[in-house]
Design a protein around this ligand. Structure first.
Ligand code: NAD
Length: 256
């Protein structure tokens, strides 16, 4: 229970990676504020089973005012945020010249600007309490490109840059800021890409294999709990000198 008494806000945690990280944080004793769209009741019940305080705020993180309202909720109902996991993200795949402008704007707002807003609003409380962790769920696409993912790749490269700056600006404090760069994790976001292959006539198993074989040498998916356990390490005493890093968990993708 190394995080007993701490409060974590995990954006985009009603499903996928965010939910997996929220479960690990609760298992380690942290109170958890979930965020994200859809019916949150199943996610709340799963996290609450660990016996810590759980809340949910439905902020749309593309809107800075809604992010501010979520941070106020954390201050009023949980005495502030000690651990901020910037995880919410969306994807859209199209060539640059066909890329819908509204998708570009949405991806930049959700995947990048929300990280800036949630961080700038959480940092003063962390500094005041003398401890904090900001962990940004970037991607291998924060370090390399892939065809069709212009907005996602641009946003994730931005997240890694922002992580370095916050890491430097907090370097002499007990607040750290790092990014985690997953390869493929089998969540609804990646299932969309598998479904697109199935729609072209490939069976489900083959579609998964082909997706992995193109990029991920281990030929296995990363899991949300692999990422959650790394989050716990970054929150531990041993993580104190990990600052401004971009940590790959990618089955060897970036070793290429
Ligand atoms: P997901 O689609 O399963 O979950 C996304 C979550 O974000 C959901 O809870 C959704 O409700 C929430 N969300 C979406 N738009 C939102 C908004 N405007 N405001 C608030 N919440 C919003 O996706 P995932 O695969 O779990 O992805 C989570 C993060 O991990 C993303 O930042 C993604 O880029 C990153 N990532 C995913 C993979 C992967 O292979 N799945 C790989 C690398 C990085």
């Amino acid at each position: 229970m190394i995080l007993k008494g701490k409060t974590a806000l995990v954006t985009g945690s009603t499903s996928g990676i965010g939910l997996g990280i929220a479960l690990c944080l609760a298992k380690a004793g942290a109170n958890v504020i979930l965020n994200g769209f859809g019916d949150a009741s199943a996610a709340i019940a799963q996290v609450a089973a660990h016996g810590t305080q759980v809340g949910h705020h439905p902020a749309d993180v593309s809107d800075p005012q809604q992010i501010a309202a979520m941070i106020d909720y954390a201050r009023d109902d949980f005495a502030g945020i000690d651990i901020l996991i910037n995880n919410a993200g969306i994807q859209h795949v199209d060539a640059v010249e066909d890329f819908p402008v509204e998708q570009w704007d949405a991806i930049l707002a959700i995947n990048l600007s929300s990280v800036f807003h949630a961080s700038r609003l959480s940092l003063p409380g962390m500094r005041e309490r003398g401890w904090g962790r900001i962990i940004n769920i970037a991607s291998v696409h924060g370090q390399v490109g892939s065809i069709g993912k212009a907005a996602y790749v641009a946003a994730k490269h931005g997240v890694i840059g922002l992580t370095k700056v916050i890491g430097l600006e907090t370097a002499t404090t007990q607040v750290t800021c790092n990014a985690i760069c997953p390869g493929f994790v089998l969540t609804p976001l990646v299932q969309q890409q598998i479904d697109a292959r199935i729609a072209k006539g490939v069976d489900a198993e083959q579609a998964q294999h082909e997706l992995l074989a193109e990029k991920q040498p281990s030929l296995e998916f990363v899991t949300p709990s692999h990422l959650g356990e790394l989050v716990l390490f970054l929150c531990s005493e041993a993580g104190n000198q990990v600052r401004g890093a971009a940590w790959n968990v990618d089955g060897g993708w970036l070793a290429h």
